[in-house]
Design a protein around this ligand. Structure first.
Ligand code: FES
Length: 157
């Protein structure tokens, strides 16, 4: 498995480039970042601020203003399920459903005890390894349904 965070940053970069590094690309860049990472971490916000030559405070302000943007979830651990086409075809929807049932939460939520947040992302850039889940940012691909839940159990124990 060789998915690097860089691959995902490249997808954000592509969006910014497409819009000619214009400051108006901010919302679009935040959307791409959230779809790619599942949420907006501080590192991601910093990356976008740098590429658009905007103050970090401005990027943070926009990300917190709109309710559809999700900052790093509160869970101690995170499981981000890639729901891009390749992963979906290989059963990502069943993985997410299983995680939702296991923890009694919906994708995008954190358990009441704060142990885990279950999130979805759109294509994390390693489709040949579908289906992929990022467990605490560590991508694991070619997952069976059983393995996908087993990895979560290992993470939270
Ligand atoms: S669809 Fe999941 S990595 Fe591309």
């Amino acid at each position: 498995m060789n998915l690097k965070a860089d691959d995902r940053f490249k997808m954000v970069e592509k969006t910014i480039k497409k819009l000619n590094y214009d400051k108006s690309a901010l919302i679009e860049a935040l959307h791409t970042a959230q779809e790619t990472f599942g949420y907006l971490s501080n590192d991601t916000l910093r990356f976008i601020a740098k590429r658009l030559k905007l103050p970090h405070s401005k990027v943070y302000g926009v990300a917190t203003f709109y309710h559809f943007f999700r900052l790093k979830p509160n869970g101690k651990h995170t499981a981000v399920v890639c729901m891009g086409t390749a992963c979906y075809i290989k059963g990502a929807d069943k993985i997410i459903q299983q995680l939702e049932e296991r923890f009694g939460i919906k994708a995008g939520e954190t358990t009441k005890d704060g142990i885990i947040s279950v999130l979805s992302a759109r294509c994390v850039g390693a489709c040949s390894l579908a289906p992929i889940v990022l467990y605490d940012e560590k991508p694991i691909g070619n997952l069976s349904l059983e393995q996908s839940i087993q990895k979560v159990e290992e993470l939270i124990k």
